[in-house]
Design a binder for this molecule. Sequence first.
Ligand code: PHE
Length: 446
Amino acid sequence: MQQRGNFSSKLGVILATAGSAVGLGNIWRFPYEAGSSGGGSFLLLYLLFVLLLGVPVILAEFVVGRSSQRNASAAFQVLAPNTPWHWVGKMGVLTGLLINGFYAVVTGWTFAYLFKSLTGGLMESGVDYQTLFDKMTSDTWAPIGWMLVVMLVAHTIIRKGVSGGIERASKILMPLLLVVMLVLSVHSCMLAGAPEGLKFLFYPDFSKITPTVAFRALGQAFFSLSLGMGCLITYSSYFKQDVDLQRSALQIALLDTLVAIIAGIIIFPAVFTFGVEPEAGPGLVFKVLPNVFAQMGYPFVWSSLFYLLLSIAALTSLISLHEVVTAYVSETWHVSRRWASWSVVGVVSVLGVFSSLSFGLLKDVQLFGRTFFDWLDFITSSVFLPLGGMLISIFVAWKLDRSRLENELAGKGRYAKAVLPFLIFILRYIAPVAIFVIFITSIIGA
Ligand code: PHE
């Protein structure tokens, strides 16, 4: 077997894993999902799911990854040889490929906006940002071109391996992202629509809580935490033995949630100030924010910084999606990381072309009211990720050797010890049952 990489420091572990978690899911997907599912009530369910289900399932993935030191599929083969469990890992690898297929397109949009901003076209006066977004995404070639650029950048970083590429990039990019977001959120709080926007985001209207909202909030929680598809199995297989899993899981979940909330604080005041519908869907961030920048001093600087930030966040997540498949291909078929990564670029680019055309040429090619892009998004976030998370927690809590589980999960300090039985209880009973119930009720309610 070829030598596997490792994350070289504890900070690197947190930053790289948080780099995977923090991405378009927080800044692009969270606001539009919250916007179309009632704001505060969605946020409440989302927070509940992150804490109650997200953190334990992160730990379950960490246990599988670190104790096996293998990719998402081989991990199950090592821990439970001659059982069908490796299919859970393979489903994860497939999910990674599918998410990649639309994620690369949206990352391409952010690159395009960054480029437009840097070259002065975005902040020209009189631009109608709704039209601009629709025109840009419905074009045939440009978005495909940007998607390919994105894939090449991801490939270049992936090729350099775990600590050289992923870790180094995350160490610089993650803190930068937080700083820029904080500045923007302070500015948004001074907009005229801030009270209304903040009320929409934070005030839960309990009458808006339905099985469908719960289903979407669960999908969003898993998507945002990079959960349920073996991404965290793959990353934690590069963790060293001295990494405290409990503490890391908590830190990553908190950071990820914080970024989503800050994104909400940036976006909803603007939504209400500029009279955009919170239900605007996947175009929300792209249609609303340029209006904000245009009102600020130095709009060019703010818009460029923001799209730089969004591109960075998207890229670190895209890299993690890419890494899951690359590690699997390279270790299963014994090919170099370079060739494994190229093959991922090839398959994802094909999926990406169809996703991208879903906004133009293939807009009307729909199945049950969904385009190709919508299907990739829906089937992965709402179905495969929760399903994967459920199976992984069942595996860890019921199948894995109890002493191995306790060893891996044992954190430092008294508190960590006290929490251990509670965690195992959640993984055994609460997580599988809750996910199952949410699934079933939303299917019946649909
Ligand atoms: N968590 C990432 C985001 O919020 C997306 C992602 C999902 C990455 C699944 C890896 C695995 O953007």
